[in-house]
Every structure is written in structure tokens, then in C-alpha cells.
Write a protein that binds this ligand. Structure first.
Ligand SMILES: [Zn+2]
Ligand SMILES: [Zn+2]
Length: 377
């Protein structure tokens, strides 16, 4: 009897061990599979380095010193910016939802025990008091993530791949094995921009020799010309594919819209609005790239705001107060705050933004209560 019980127990332990070991391996395999697109891109870039720098510039262009030096410098310059942006897009973790958005244990208990939707809505509305949120669910309730147990900041969404809520989530991109979000959106755009320039540059610079190799037999570079032919075709192919995505995201930046918002319009307190965060092209671009034009071209963090609150339209008005450099990265003084197209300074020292010619009315959204400019750090 005792022997049978021991046998059952050991069977159960063995089954559990096999299950956990199997699951562990599956998770590891899945994690590796997710890196395949990134590894593919790196391999293509590594081959392009060999084909362009070694084969084309050093061997095929032998004797043409000026061309060799110029091509090698340009390749490293554009390629360096491309890989730098790519690296930062991949390895910049999504921003954390601040602690203020987490439910207190008491609120969590009440929410778990709530039986009706109205009751849940009331608990969430109470918990969201004082938080800078204007977005709502389709049913008008405060947006809440049951997995992370947080009130979702405006424009944040839960990513099932990253298994967490992501600030200003755009989409989860397999080519960078990361979520494109508030923290790395600028890097993602720069990555596509430099990759596009890189492909165009490589294709155009090898074009004269590509035509020669394609049109007639060249005995001298017989074994090498295949690299030049592939450089041209691969460059054109990637440039074409990238151009669609790049121009689409440039359009989204100009409209201050994420990919998710392009498919499902955000719902503000006063209803759905596809242009909920559109505050004018220049201001929209500034939110992603920052106020300094030189910094726009480098993958450094210059996005405005903290990723949890954004100026939003309210009827025909938009507030501008949350457009300040991220507090965790660079505290700002009054003089550093970028000037919008038509800034209207309120009598109490706050900074509001309205459409040209309309400096009256209340702020549509005021995430910092009655804070003054000097308080915004
Ligand atoms: Zn979540
Ligand atoms: Zn993700």
C-alpha cells in the first residue's frame, strides 16, 4: 500500500519535472525563434560589408583611389547611423507604467469582488482620479489591464508578445524583436530612414559597374561580379520594401497617430476621434523628434513628454502643457520649453495651446493640475 503511494508520488514528480522541462525548452526555443528576423538582417548587412567594402571597393575599384576612399567613408557613415538606430530600436526597453497607475491592494480587492460592470467602472473611475488620462474604452469606462493590474495611461496598450503594458504602443515589430513604442519610436523611424538611404546609396554607387557586368563578359572579375549584381538587386529590393513602411510612418508622425490608432481610433471622454492627438504637423513631429533639429538625426532620446500623458484635442482645442522634454531624462527650465505655433500664456503662468486666433476658453486637458511652468520638471 505504502509502496504504491510512493510510486504514485514519484510518478507525479516525474511528470511535473518533464512538463516543466518541456515547457522551459519550448519557451527557450520560442525566444530564439523571435531573433531569427534580426539575425537575418545582421547577416545581410555583414554580407553587404564583405561584398561592398572588400570585393567592390578594394578589389574591383583597385587603382581608383579617390572613389575607393569616398565610397568606403560614405558606406561606413550611412551604415553606422543605420546600425546605431537599429541597435537602439532593438535594445531600448518599453517604458514602465508609473506606480501611480497601479491599483492599490484595497482597490484591487474591491475590483475582484465587484459583480457588475457599473460597480467595476465606479471603482476604476475612483482609482483614476488625479491621473492624467482622457482615453476610455468603447463602453466609456476607464481603460484597465487585467494582466498587469494597472490603469492604462493614454495611448498605452497591452502587448501579448512582451506580456506587459507598453507606453504609446505603435506595434510589436518582429524585425526588431521589440515593441515600437514611446521610448524607441524615433529610433525606429531613423532605422528605416537610414536603412532606406543605405540601400539606395549601395545600389546607385555600384550601378555603373553593375551595367558593365550585366551587359558584357568580364573575365578579370569573373568570380566577383556576382556580388556586385546581388548588391544592386538586394539594395533595390530592400529600398522598395522599406519605402512603403517609412512613408507610412512619416504620415503617421505628421498626424500624431500610432499604427494601432490608425486601425482603431482612440476614444476620448467626449467620444471617438481619429485625430485625437493631432496638434499640428510641426508640433506632432516635435513630440517624436524633439525641438532641436540637429538631434533629430541621431538615435538619442529627445521625444517630448513622459509617455503617459499627451496633449489631446477637445472639440477644436488642444492643450499643450504635456509637451515638455521627458522629466526622467532632461529636466527643463522655462526657457527650454519649445514654443508652439500660436502659444497663449495664461494669466496664472500656465502654458496653453489653442488654434491660431483662439486664446480663450479652458484647457482641454490639464495633467498637472494648477502647476506653473516652473513646476514642470
Ligand atoms: Zn498589461
Ligand atoms: Zn511587444
Amino acid at each position: 500500500m505504502q509502496a504504491a503511494s510512493l510510486q504514485n508520488k514519484s510518478d507525479r514528480i516525474m511528470a511535473r519535472w518533464m512538463r516543466s522541462s518541456f515547457m522551459g525548452r519550448c519557451i527557450q526555443c520560442l525566444a530564439l525563434v523571435k531573433w531569427i528576423p534580426v539575425i537575418f538582417v545582421i547577416l545581410v548587412v555583414a554580407w553587404s560589408y564583405y561584398a561592398y567594402v572588400v570585393v567592390y571597393c578594394i578589389v574591383i575599384l583597385e587603382g581608383k583611389v579617390l572613389s575607393q576612399v569616398l565610397f568606403i567613408i560614405l558606406y561606413h557613415l550611412i551604415g553606422g547611423l543605420f546600425m546605431w538606430s537599429y541597435y537602439r530600436t532593438i535594445f531600448t526597453p518599453p517604458g514602465q507604467v508609473p506606480a501611480a497607475f497601479h491599483l492599490s491592494p484595497t482597490a484591487l480587492d474591491r475590483l475582484t469582488q465587484a459583480s457588475s460592470k457599473d460597480e467595476k467602472g465606479a471603482i476604476l473611475a475612483e482609482a483614476a482620479e488625479g491621473l492624467p488620462i482622457r482615453c476610455r474604452n468603447y463602453d466609456g469606462l476607464v481603460r484597465y489591464c487585467e494582466v498587469c493590474q494597472v490603469i492604462k495611461p493614454d495611448r498605452a496598450h497591452h502587448c501579448s508578445v512582451c506580456t506587459r503594458c507598453v507606453l504609446k504602443m505603435d506595434h510589436h515589430c518582429p524585425w526588431v524583436n521589440n515593441c515600437v513604442n514611446f521610448m524607441n519610436y524615433k529610433y525606429f523611424i531613423l532605422f528605416m530612414f537610414y536603412a532606406f538611404i543605405f540601400c539606395i546609396y549601395v545600389s546607385l554607387s555600384v550601378l555603373p559597374d553593375f551595367i558593365v557586368f550585366w551587359a558584357k563578359e568580364d573575365q578579370k572579375h569573373r568570380g566577383l561580379k556576382i556580388h556586385v549584381i546581388f548588391l544592386f538587386f538586394v539594395g533595390i529590393m530592400f529600398a522598395l520594401s522599406l519605402s512603403f513602411l517609412l512613408f507610412y510612418h512619416m504620415f503617421l508622425v505628421a498626424r500624431n497617430r500610432t499604427t494601432l490608432e490608425a486601425f482603431r481610433e482612440p476614444i476620448l471622454i467626449d467620444g471617438p476621434n481619429k485625430r485625437a492627438f493631432d496638434i499640428g504637423i510641426l508640433n506632432n513631429i516635435m513630440q517624436v523628434f524633439g525641438p532641436d533639429i540637429l538631434c533629430c538625426f541621431f538615435p538619442t532620446h529627445t521625444a517630448l513628454g513622459d509617455g503617459t500623458s499627451f496633449p489631446a484635442r477637445h472639440g477644436n482645442r488642444v492643450s499643450y502643457e504635456s509637451i515638455t522634454p521627458a522629466r526622467s531624462h532632461s529636466p527643463v527650465s522655462e526657457t527650454q520649453i519649445p514654443m508652439p505655433e500660436d502659444p497663449c500664456r495664461r494669466s496664472d503662468g500656465d502654458f496653453a495651446f489653442y488654434p491660431p486666433g483662439n486664446c480663450n476658453g479652458d484647457l482641454a486637458f490639464h495633467p498637472h493640475g494648477n502647476s506653473k511652468l516652473s513646476d514642470i520638471v
